[in-house]
Ligand binder design. Structure first.
Ligand code: NAD
Length: 296
């Protein structure tokens, strides 16, 4: 069993850390919030007052933080992970952050003698609690092999995406496609309904025809056809429009630095920004259907 430091015990991090404890690992957590640390203690983990103390004995460090600036500070500050963890520790950042920061922090970690992988997830809070997350991992093949047994405890599907930062690239490209396909699906249902085509009838046709996609068959934005979709629960999340907007913005930022043209991603970002500015970004991202239909 390994000594693991877990930094960032929020909605995702705490249940992930709990699964590591349940698997028999010695987990020491750190978060800015005392409540979060107490949550880990209640489940048999330990907590520390500083990052340095949390990682002092760690063989593995896992982090689950809001954004690139937090990851950069946690790893590279004078009293951060790189300055405080034992030489050779394996570092796994599972936060969803910008590609440039992921690569820069990883390069600093490698220069300081560590192995580091970026391993963002999909699957949400439910997947974190159930240990069924999907991990997309960027780093060396050796880093991936070392991280896989730990990720297997917290997740179900663990993919190697290639070199440093490629886990983040896979995550933002997937979510950019999801945002675009959700808007397209919502637009099609909305137009059909306005022209007198019932949602269930359109679903029966399109879900077996060439318009079929995950946004339609697993997460239909129109109420009715898919009973488990948030559309049948007043668009309670699920995956909020705010989270979709975060990932779309990361994709646009990366697109800019790669000099790539992603006009559909750009338009999706604009539409989710409009939804956020109207105060509806707490709704599930499929709630964009209501905005397109002029209901919100
Ligand atoms: P969260 O805000 O609930 O948790 C983040 C935690 O990090 C908080 O407890 C906060 O106190 C802590 N934190 C912030 N700065 C810190 C620092 N300097 N040192 C220590 N702790 C610090 O967020 P979350 O929902 O758990 O998401 C975490 C990451 O996972 C994000 O990058 C998010 O995009 C990604 N993600 C979230 C979901 C989801 O459904 N919530 C799904 C996939 C990916």
């Amino acid at each position: 069993m390994s000594k693991i430091a877990f930094i960032g015990l929020g909605n995702m991090g705490l249940p992930m850390a709990k699964n590591l404890v349940a698997a028999g690992h010695e987990v020491t957590g750190f978060d800015l919030s005392d409540e979060a640390k107490t949550g880990l203690q209640k489940s048999g983990g330990d907590s520390a007052d500083t990052i340095a103390a949390a990682v002092a004995q760690a063989e593995i460090v896992v982090s689950m933080l809001p954004a690139g600036k937090h990851v950069s500070a946690v790893y590279t500050a004078a009293d951060g992970v790189l300055a405080s963890a034992p030489e050779g520790a394996l570092l796994i950042d599972s936060s969803t952050i910008d590609v440039d920061t992921a690569r820069a922090v990883s390069a600093e970690a490698v220069a300081a003698g560590f192995t580091m992988v970026d391993a963002p997830v999909s699957g949400g809070v439910g997947g974190a609690a159930a240990g069924s997350l999907t991990f997309m991992v960027g780093g060396t093949a050796e880093g991936f092999a070392a991280a896989k047994p730990v990720l297997d405890i917290m997740g179900q599907n663990i993919f190697y995406a290639g070199g440093s930062g490629n886990g983040q690239v896979a995550k933002i490209c997937n979510n950019m496609l999801l945002g675009i396909s959700m808007i397209g699906t919502a637009e099609a249902f909305m137009l059909g309904e306005k022209l007198g085509l019932d949602a269930q009838t359109f679903f029966d046709i399109s879900s077996t025809a060439s318009g079929q996609c995950w946004s339609m068959t697993s997460y239909c934005p129109a109420p009715g056809p898919v009973p488990t979709s948030p559309a049948n629960n007043d668009y309670a999340p699920g995956f909020t429009a705010a989270m979709m907007l975060k990932d779309l913005r990361l994709a646009q930022e990366a697109s800019g630095s790669a000099a790539a043209d992603t006009p559909m991603g750009q338009r999706a970002t604009e539409l989710y920004t409009q939804m956020a500015e109207a105060g509806h970004d707490g709704l599930d991202f499929s709630g964009i259907m209501k905005m397109l239909g002029g209901e919100i």
